[in-house]
Ligand binder design. Structure first.
Ligand SMILES: [Zn+2]
Ligand SMILES: [Zn+2]
Length: 175
């Protein structure tokens, strides 16, 4: 047997097992429905006959219990079978439907996070006038409120240094 035939056989086997799996699921669903419906009918007949005997103040007959119990058991079996039959579909649905929603949500959250980040960064750039305590931009040279100089001019190279600098940024002269 050559490689090609081997692969083809493998593929065939996989397809068959998938088909068998699908058939099993279908059988589970059908059986589940049948059990559930028969169970509901039996339980209903049981409940109705129990209700009638209760209204008549007579003892519920054996037939009532004979129908109620297998009815509930069948309902239980039916729902279990259905749950197994639909499990894959439910799982697939959750996986396929929820991931795009999560992605979409994160896309919408991203700008908000960016804005928060910008606000924080901007906040760090803010300084206060040492004369009047007015909030000012870090790169402004004069306070917009009191008009005082917000830089230290270097006596050696005339570089405008930040107000809190001790040494000149450019030449290192003590200010
Ligand atoms: Zn000021
Ligand atoms: Zn200087």
């Amino acid at each position: 047997m050559n490689e090609y035939e081997k692969n083809k056989l493998k593929e065939e086997r996989m397809r068959n097992s998938k088909l068998a799996h699908y058939k099993n699921k279908k059988l589970l669903k059908i059986l589940g429905f049948v059990f559930l419906i028969i169970g509901i009918i039996l339980a209903l007949i049981g409940l109705i006959s129990f209700g009638i005997s209760f209204n008549n103040m007579s003892m519920p007959n054996f037939f009532t219990f004979f129908l109620l119990f297998p009815g509930f058991i069948l309902i239980g079996i039916g729902t279990t079978l259905l749950r197994f039959g639909y499990m894959k579909e439910v799982g697939g649905y959750i996986k396929n439907e929820s991931i795009p929603i999560i992605n979409e949500a994160s896309e919408e959250i991203k700008p908000a996070i960016k804005n928060i980040k910008e606000v924080i960064v901007k906040e760090e750039d803010k300084i206060y006038c040492p004369y009047c305590n007015n909030e000012i931009d870090k790169d402004s040279l004069y306070c917009p409120k009191c008009g005082k100089e917000l830089f230290k001019e270097c006596p050696s190279c005339h570089e405008k240094n930040d107000i809190d600098s001790i040494y000149c940024d450019k030449c290192g002269t003590k200010l």
